[in-house]
Design a protein around this ligand. Structure first.
Ligand code: NAP
Length: 248
């Protein structure tokens, strides 16, 4: 019989339409969880839901819209009769120098990577506590631990995720809510493709070449699944997952 440590648990996942979010939804579903899938691209969510063997729901959500984010979390809780986990995964990475940057890209990163994570967490925290406790997993990045030229605002958002998560961990532990930050290195997803600046693209191609074999979304999904299946008295505060060939 397949081991299903998350049977009876309900997890909400943002950015589930591609990359790490889709892989995490698959891993948690395989471990027995009912998964509530959120993103803007409904067609992607529908095809993911069809591939899952376990129960799921799909929610067309822009996490930067507080009302949509809150309604996603509340309907996931209501529809599935509880909420035991939130994976704040939705994110964008638009790189480039500060000087001359398109500030619309900065606004987008702040809105998705920080504001979206904050409002989903705000809505989910009391519902997870009310459901008997569980996990909030925030997907950060190695860029949240080390800043580099050309990534200033992305760094700022991901450093913010680490700071918020640690403070939240201290506040939420009394309610039986664990908070885990997962900080990946270079993963093969759509994230890099949103960058159009040729210098940025060259830099990413060079980094990829230097690393050799980069991570796959399943590698990060494994780390999330491992964290949320620890015994209740064990909290993995921070999990850094790098490709073996990634120096920094
Ligand atoms: N790939 C890497 O190398 C890497 C490394 C470190 C950390 N990370 C982090 O991992 C997370 C997932 O990224 P990924 O690599 O899997 O990239 P991805 O394939 O581009 O996935 C990003 C996800 O975020 C969703 N999203 C973006 N804006 C949204 C919005 N306004 N509302 C709702 N959902 C939104 C996208 O869905 P829709 O477009 O359908 O809305 C998509 O599902 C991000 O937080 C990223 O910073 C990635």
């Amino acid at each position: 019989m397949v081991d299903q440590p998350l049977a009876g648990r309900v997890a909400a996942i943002t950015g589930a339409s591609s990359g790490i979010g889709a892989a995490t939804a698959t891993a948690l579903s395989r471990a027995g969880a009912t998964v509530a899938l959120a993103a803007r691209r409904r067609d992607r969510l529908e095809s993911l839901a069809e591939r899952l063997e376990g129960p799921s729901s799909i929610h067309e959500v822009d996490v930067t819209d507080e009302e949509q984010a809150r309604s996603f979390i509340e309907s996931a809780h209501a529809e599935h009769g509880g909420l035991h986990g939130l994976v704040n995964n939705a994110g964008v990475m638009l790189l480039g120098a500060v000087d001359g940057a398109d500030t619309a890209g900065w606004r987008r990163m702040l809105d998705v990577n920080l504001w979206g994570l904050l409002v989903c967490t705000h809505a989910a925290l009391p519902l997870i506590a009310q459901s008997g406790g569980g996990d909030i997993v925030n997907i950060s990045s190695v860029a949240g631990r080390r800043a580099t030229a050309g990534a200033a605002v992305y760094n700022m958002t991901k450093f913010g995720v680490h700071a918020f998560s640690e403070a939240l961990r201290q506040e939420a532990l009394h309610a039986g809510v664990r908070v885990t930050v997962v900080a990946p290195g270079f993963v093969d997803t759509e994230l890099q493709a949103h960058n159009t600046d040729p210098l940025v693209r060259q830099g990413m191609a060079r980094a990829r070449e230097e690393i050799g074999e980069i991570l796959q979304p399943d590698d990060i999904a494994d780390a999330v699944a491992y964290a949320v299946t620890r015994p209740p008295h064990v909290c993995l505060n921070e999990v850094v997952v790098l490709p073996t060939g990634q120096a920094r």
